[in-house]
Design a protein around this ligand. Structure first.
Ligand SMILES: Cc1ncc(COP(=O)(O)O)c(C=O)c1O
Length: 420
């Protein structure tokens, strides 16, 4: 459907030739003995990419509707990013946070300007960004005289794999085996402002709420329209920090630079990673007001965080997103995809819901559908299934209209065949 053996010419092609290239596609790939078995890998290895296309080691081409799970928002091998990384690598990769880092300050200025926030701490991943947020919430509590500060977190959420972030995560599978969990979290149903208001009435030691604007790993769950505004109001009334995990939703993906900008609010704390570096590992925790003053010298740090190479990559991502107005592109393309999927699949028994915002799209089926990932791979399409029944699409923001049409056509056929 999408893939094509084209190693010989070595370049992109528009031909849509079906090619079932794997004999062992129904089995999961194997990993070298030297690698800890934390992933069940698919039997494919990619060796190069361009925009929304990837090529495997056999020369087969794939349409990437996942972007490395919302990481390569600008697509693969974006010329501006590649050039910036190469130039920076030849100049200076790392010094230390013991010294001034001009590129870090420039990136920090850009991010606080775009978010309307005050300060940023740089780490290397989403989990680290959320660790910084959790530490800020605890310091905020202690500053207010609360000895055991608690953070309200959501059912069905995902915040990372470190001990504190997996404890904040609302998924028993992520906890399993790692008990005792970090304490200090209170869990409520996602999207339920009344449940949060009940916590405010009954629990005196809360200092913050940590919430995703849209739950990504949880199945592209979009909360009620007024939810984040109600959280903002409650946090203002209670003196709690509103902390948004925008690790998956940020950097233009939902049609705004940050998802909170759909709601006319500003959080006290926001975490970013994934698309911030388009594949170069970098995470950020932004803060505003008192939260921005919570961490002082010696209270937090990271050896690699905010080094010149990572910041050069991220600054180029930010510049490119702004210059090419890619948030607007994500909004328009997202509308087009959602409409097309609703048209092609909306009436199908077996399709429970089709939802999304910008280029964060979920197609929920009435049954577990993990095997669709392998079926799509066979046809040269990269997708993901999360929360058992939700086909998750996170294509790059540079997806062309033609690629979007191919995605709708190809995936609709796969889902129809699967449900038949
Ligand atoms: C919303 C959210 N928060 C945090 C994380 C953790 O990020 P990382 O894997 O970079 O630690 C993820 C990763 O999927 C995420 O989607």
């Amino acid at each position: 459907m999408f893939s094509r053996r084209n190693a010989a010419e070595g370049g992109p092609s528009d031909d849509r030739v079906r090619l079932s290239c794997f004999s062992d596609i129904d089995n999961f790939g194997t990993m070298a003995e030297s690698i800890m078995a934390t992933y069940r890998r698919l039997p494919v290895t990619f060796e190069r990419g361009e925009g929304a296309w990837l090529w495997d080691t056999e020369g087969n081409r794939y349409l990437d509707a996942l972007s490395g799970i919302a990481v390569c928002g600008l697509g693969h091998a974006h010329p501006a990013i590649s050039a910036a990384i190469c130039e920076q690598a030849g100049r200076l990769i790392h010094t230390s946070n013991l010294y001034g880092i001009v590129l870090q300050e420039k990136l920090g200025d850009d991010l606080v300007r775009l978010a309307g926030m005050d300060r940023v701490f740089f780490g290397n991943s989403g989990a680290e960004a959320n660790e910084a947020a959790i530490k800020i919430a605890r310091v905020h509590g202690h500053n207010k005289g609360i000895d055991t500060p608690h953070i309200v977190v959501m059912e069905n959420s995902f915040h990372g794999r470190t001990l504190a972030t997996l404890s904040a995560t609302g998924n028993r599978k992520v906890h399993a085996g790692f008990e005792p969990l970090v304490t200090g979290f209170i869990r409520v149903p996602y999207g339920d402002a009344a449940a949060l208001e009940a916590v405010a009435r009954n629990t005196p030691n809360v200092t913050a709420v940590l919430v995703e604007p849209i739950q990504g790993e949880g199945g592209i769950r979009i909360p009620p329209k007024d939810y984040l505004n109600r959280v903002r109001t409650l946090c203002d009334n209670q003196g709690w920090l509103m902390m948004l995990d925008e690790i998956q939703t940020g950097m233009g993906r939902t049609g705004r630079f940050f998802a909170f900008q759909h709601h006319g609010i500003v959080p006290d704390v926001m975490t970013l990673a994934k698309a911030l570096g388009n594949g170069i590992p970098v995470g950020a925790c932004l803060a505003k007001g008192p939260a921005a003053e919570a961490l002082g010298p010696g209270s937090h740090g990271s050896t690699f965080g905010g080094n010149p190479l990572a910041c050069r990559a991220a600054a180029t991502v930010v510049h490119t997103l702004e210059k090419q107005r890619l948030s607007e592109r994500a909004a328009g393309l997202g509308d087009r995809l959602l409409k097309a999927f609703k048209q092609s699949l909306g009436d199908l028994a077996g399709v429970a819901d089709i939802r999304g915002l910008g280029l964060m799209i979920g197609i929920e089926l009435d049954r577990p559908c993990g095997e669709l990932v392998g079926h799509a791979l066979k046809e040269g399409l990269l997708i993901n299934v999360t929360a058992d029944k939700v086909v998750r699409l996170l294509p790059p923001l540079v997806l062309s209209d033609d690629q979007a049409d191919q995605l709708v056509e190809g995936l609709s056929l796969l889902i129809r065949n699967f449900l038949d």
